[in-house]
Write a protein that binds this ligand. Structure first.
Ligand code: HEC
Length: 130
């Protein structure tokens, strides 16, 4: 009888820890206090796949998505126009089907500020923070 109670309590505690841990893992990353609008947009719409640092999130990897590395030189040399169109219309039409279109959710001005923000991710990598 006693042992049954101990096992029950242990099981309840284990489930609680598991649920808490899952909740912690699955909660969206929050932008730092005082973040710019572009940064808040990035955290809200892009970070779940591209990671807060732009180098891809483990959650995307979990679903076998390969979001690419936004800090890569390859992205840095793309034109603003290319990045704008890619974010607005998605990658499907240019053979990069993983990248969704955001034209329905985001205004052109928001997409432009996101292009600017993607550029800051690249430069952060070039000049590593101490
Ligand atoms: C559902 C997951 C997902 C979300 C959300 C997402 N992306 Fe992507 N993104 C991808 C994937 C996957 C690719 C790679 C597509 C390919 O190469 O086929 C990609 C590619 C890109 C690229 C090109 C990278 C390269 O290597 O050339 C840019 C730039 C980009 N995304 C920006 C953004 C921005 C900005 C947002 C937020 C508005 C965003 N993405 C949201 C999945 C996502």
């Amino acid at each position: 009888m006693r042992r049954g109670v101990v096992i029950l309590v242990a099981a309840v505690a284990a489930i609680g820890i598991l649920a808490g841990g899952l909740g912690w893992l699955l909660t969206d990353a929050r932008p730092p206090a005082g973040a710019s609008r572009a940064e808040r947009l990035y955290y809200a719409y892009c970070a779940e796949c591209h990671g807060t640092d732009g180098r891809g999130s483990w959650r995307a990897a979990l679903f076998l998505l390969r979001p690419g590395d936004l800090t890569d030189r390859r992205v840095a040399v793309e034109s603003d126009r290319y990045l704008f169109d890619l974010i607005k219309h998605g990658g499907a039409s240019i053979g990069r089907p993983g990248m969704p279109a955001f034209g329905a959710q985001l205004s052109d001005a928001d997409i432009e500020s996101l292009v600017g923000y993607v550029r800051t991710l690249t430069s952060k990598r070039r000049a590593p923070q101490p």
